[in-house]
Design a binder for this molecule. Structure first.
Ligand SMILES: [Fe+2]
Ligand SMILES: [Fe+2]
Ligand SMILES: [Fe+2]
Length: 267
């Protein structure tokens, strides 16, 4: 079961409270299913209906907050919320029989908790943490990013460098093989990120860090985002797409290090 951990805190108390409540509702549903009472299914069904409603309310609040602070992740967030909506709006209760109902409802609740956990760690955690790639020094690996774990710091530094190189490339006007160079650097970023995550996870495993599941989830969400980068279909708006991409990469890395990696103990 996925639940609200310290790593899920965005630092915005109204949003954190709502996330906690969503996890609480899912947990309540799971507990009801465990009880094996006759009324459990009906209760779980109405609980899921309530959860859907509360999630809507929460998305609206979160989006309004982001709008207010001009958060550059707003459009991406809206799309993710929409995916959740699409999923919960399917008729999950159709074809539920007495025998399979429990399993199906469990599956649904597990999916919801996993979605929420991943969404918070991969996206919500970035709310209010906008960095402007037009400012020169945002690409610098400064002391505030140091975790004190030598290998991790070295690798983070390299990640910042790769993102800076990507930014320099997309802003270079007169490069004749600019497109190929961008493809190459993004591939390098993908590969290096995977290497870094596996090194970092190995370290956390070694020290038996309790935050490992949250870290793995956040890493997987980011790797998924990297896999979705597609330069082929963005011809007309390529420059805009690339600018946003760099902004996203930088924001993600910076937030992830500051909010999660810095909590990893040095041993
Ligand atoms: Fe969100
Ligand atoms: Fe890291
Ligand atoms: Fe990490």
């Amino acid at each position: 079961m996925f639940q609200f951990t310290e790593d899920c805190r965005t630092g915005i108390s109204s949003i954190d409270k709502e996330h906690e409540k969503l996890f609480g509702m899912i947990r309540e549903g799971m507990e009801l299913l465990e009880k094996d009472e006759d009324t459990a299914f009906t209760t779980v069904k109405s609980l899921i209906a309530a959860l859907k409603k509360y999630a809507e309310e929460h998305f609206a609040n979160e989006e309004a907050y982001m709008e207010e602070i001009h958060d550059c992740e707003l459009e991406r967030q809206k799309k993710e919320h929409e995916k959740f909506r699409e999923y919960v709006n399917q008729d999950h209760f159709n074809g539920l029989e007495e025998e399979n109902a429990k399993e199906k409802l469990k599956e649904l609740l597990t999916y919801l908790s996993e979605w929420l956990f991943r969404h918070i760690l991969g996206s919500d955690i970035m709310i209010g943490h906008n960095m402007n790639p037009k400012e020169e020094d945002v690409f610098a690996f400064t002391d505030k990013y140091r975790t004190g774990i030598e290998l991790v710091d070295e690798e983070h530094k390299r990640l910042f460098e790769i993102i800076k190189e990507t930014n320099d490339l997309i802003r270079a006007e007169l490069l004749h093989d600019k497109y190929d160079a961008i493809v190459d650097i993004l591939n390098e970023l993908k590969e290096y990120t995977v290497t870094h995550f596996s090194d970092e996870e190995a370290y956390m495993e070694k020290i038996h860090y309790e935050g490992l599941p949250a870290q793995k989830t956040a890493h997987a969400a980011f790797v998924d985002k990297l896999k979705q980068i597609n330069l082929e279909n963005v011809d007309e708006h390529q420059q805009e797409y690339l600018n946003e991409l760099v902004e996203y990469l930088l924001n993600w890395l910076s937030t992830h290090i500051l909010k999660m990696d810095k909590r990893i103990p040095v041993k």
